[in-house]
Design a protein around this ligand. Sequence first.
Ligand code: ADP
Length: 565
Amino acid sequence: MELVNNLAFNTVIAVVIFGASSYLGILAYSQDKKSSANRIFARFSIATAFWILLAFIPDIPNFRNFALLSAKLNYLTLLIVSVTLFEFPFYFPKERKPKKALIYFIYLIAVTIGLLVIFTNKVIFGLDYFGWGASYIDGDMAGIFYIFMLLGPIFSITNYVFMWRTLDKFEKRKLRYFLFGLFSFLAVNIILQSIVKPLFVHTDALYKFGNYSAVFMIGLTSYSIIRYRLFDIRIVAAEVFTFVIWIILFSRLFSSQTSVDLSVNVFVFVLISIFGMLLIKSLKTELSQKEKLLFLNEKLKNLDKQKNEFINMAAHELRAPITAIKGYISMIMEGDAGVIPEKAIGYLTDVNSVNERLIRLVNNMLNVSRIEEGRLIYNTEVVKLSDVAHSIYVSFKFEAERKGLKFSINIPEHIDDKIEVDPDRLNEVIGNFVSNSVKYTETGEISINISQPTKDRIHLGVKDTGPGISKEEQDKLFQKFYRVESTAGKTIGTGLGLYISKLLVEKFNGKIGLKSELGKGSEFWFELPVSDKPLTTEVEHDNNEAQNEVELKTLREKEKATKHK
Ligand code: ADP
């Protein structure tokens, strides 16, 4: 009790809290001057800082002349604190449009009460002085003031209760600190006012501890506001903490009774000072590393974005010439340039399949960012998997056989293979599988196999007798840009085909995978759910295909026009 009412002790605490609260307020404001949450928090903590200081001044016997004025100003700061609590839910943890009329109404009430406090004795009638300090005598209308003081936190809390469900994880975490601080503050005050005061001490002597507990609220809220920005409040907390310990230890030096006592105190003081400095230094180092990481992360994200833009641009630029090549080849093969020798037809067929591969590659490049960003439009229909697979079989048959590979498709007779997919996209998936098999297999055979493992699932596998893939590489295969080292050097490719295939199959609620052993060939497969809806008959073309077709048609028309000239 001695220490509790010791003037010097309380002066130190009041001044330290005043300094810390104002510092946190200014810090939050200077962190982000434009953020309304930071501004309102700055106001909140500076008002709290003054509240605690002004509440303490009437307790100082030498300041009796200012005691009443100080008490009244103290009530004004409390009004500001309460008004701020009303406004808080509109700005923190996320900014919403404040209800202007409500806020102005609250300001009006606060100003009216404020005028009553300052110019009349209806709220604070006067002060009673005791050994421990001054106690306020309530005026007739003090009740209005108390009710207003209660409404602020109640309004805040009710708002947060209703808002909770609409907040994301990050916002909830921020809010938790503030609410925890607010509840601790309220809890200490309620315990003091309704348990400790009436049952044990019977005076207002302990009111200060209610005030001091505001530190919880300020500290935790500023932590939550500032922590998620670059600056870390942990440093501030460590600094304040160390500073307070220094002051206490330093003041103990003067109360040392004997020389042994003094040496022990000096030793502890020096030790703690060094420890405190080390603590702050290590925190600062950690923080600067964190900042560097954040900066690098930001830079990486930018680079990634630039890379995506480049890929997109390059793919767009490539599409026109390869479509032109496709057009000219088909015109020559159709005899538009006259009769061509048998051998040349063979070469042209090869050029055509390489070109088809390029088109597939460019389409993959264009699609990857569209799929990742959710910009790809899916035209879902109910189709038969065997139909899609068969069209792929036909388009690759020539290329595979020219390479000397045996190529087959196996579709069991009685299967239910209706699936709900975007057929053009599924075409790309099977096309990627078959194109890879033809590309990587030098001798042997390739087969497309459809089977139905269960009534509600349908399975498609593309099996080859190519080089196979080792277990370690299999795990990485469906990652973006991944290419198996041993084959990558020998063929053109981007490592996007399987990645896109996985995204697409998963989009259609399916599973994708492979069975392979080094030297023994591979089987890439996917499984899709069977649809119970009726078949869609109308077939629409996909964007890339459609675009390619349009470009091709224009090319042909241009060609015909020059011929006629
Ligand atoms: P790309 O073929 O453009 O490199 P993919 O994503 O289609 O990209 O394939 C990724 C890698 O997987 C290829 O680079 C290749 O090394 C390996 N791969 C794919 N299919 C087969 C296959 N049938 N046989 C052997 N390796 C394959």
